[in-house]
Design a protein around this ligand. Structure first.
Ligand SMILES: Nc1ncnc2c1ncn2[C@@H]1O[C@H](COP(=O)(O)OP(=O)(O)OP(=O)(O)O)[C@@H](O)[C@H]1O
Ligand SMILES: [Mg+2]
Length: 214
């Protein structure tokens, strides 16, 4: 499906500053897209707009359904900047709480995503005591919980060591094999090049798509 995600003339202006400038672009289902661009260019804003967290001019549809206002895409996993977890609960307890939002996430699904990101489901440490990289890993785990149809990842390799980055590459491949569509905003050009089918380059509101060769 060529127009799984479709942005038509999307503009976002914040305090007189045009962050997204009349953007029209389509994303194909079951593809991995890497979004690159310098600091402050609107990568995070683009992801926020697609998941319906900010209002924009123009229209955004995901799987044929309009996004924005109080409408959000169905079956979506999101990692945007620092996710909010409860400091006084363990990683697993935090995911367990989130899992009540899902219909069919089991205890073993939770253990499986925690292991996938290289954390230990039996770790009794509270989230508040986690290192930065461990927090990032738990953020990734919550984004992939339930294997969503659409996964939006903002700077997923931030704070990750080499082992964590390798795990992240495997996770993206697994998501794609399971049929998910993945959008990744990142400054990590090697990571983007390796995991993406296409790169989206934003420059002053102009968007270009470039095919990646892994
Ligand atoms: N809440 C806000 N209020 C005002 N301006 C904002 C707000 N959030 C973002 N902006 C502005 O929107 C622009 C795009 O920000 P965005 O976070 O999308 O950039 P980015 O491409 O993700 O940057 P980075 O590479 O640093 O993550 C920036 O100029 C930023 O200052
Ligand atoms: Mg950003």
């Amino acid at each position: 499906m060529k127009d799984y995600i479709k942005l038509s003339n999307v503009t976002k202006t914040l305090k007189g500053n045009t962050v997204l400038n009349n953007i029209s672009i389509e994303f194909e289902k079951n593809k991995v897209y890497g979004i690159e661009g310098i600091n402050g260019l609107g990568k995070t804003m683009l992801l926020r707009a697609i998941c319906g967290l900010v209002r924009t001019e123009g229209t955004i549809t995901v799987d044929g359904l309009l996004v924005g206002g109080d409408k959000f895409p169905k079956n979506i996993g999101i990692l945007i900047e620092s996710p909010a977890f409860l400091n006084e609960f363990t990683g697993k307890e935090n995911l367990k709480l989130l899992s009540f939002l899902y219909d069919d996430v089991t205890d073993s699904d939770i253990n499986s995503v925690i292991e996938k990101v290289g954390l230990n489901p039996a770790d009794k440490r509270h989230y508040g005591k986690y290192s930065l990289g461990m927090k990032q890993r738990l953020g990734i785990a919550q984004a992939i919980l339930g294997c969503p149809d659409l996964v939006l990842l903002d700077e997923p390799t931030n704070a990750l060591d080499a082992e964590g980055i390798n795990r992240m590459k495997n996770i993206v491949t697994e998501l794609k094999n399971a049929g998910s569509t993945v959008l990744i905003a990142s400054h990590d050009k090697d990571f983007i090049e390796e995991v993406s089918d296409s790169k989206i380059l934003i420059d002053r509101g102009v968007i270009n798509e470039v095919v990646c060769h892994g």
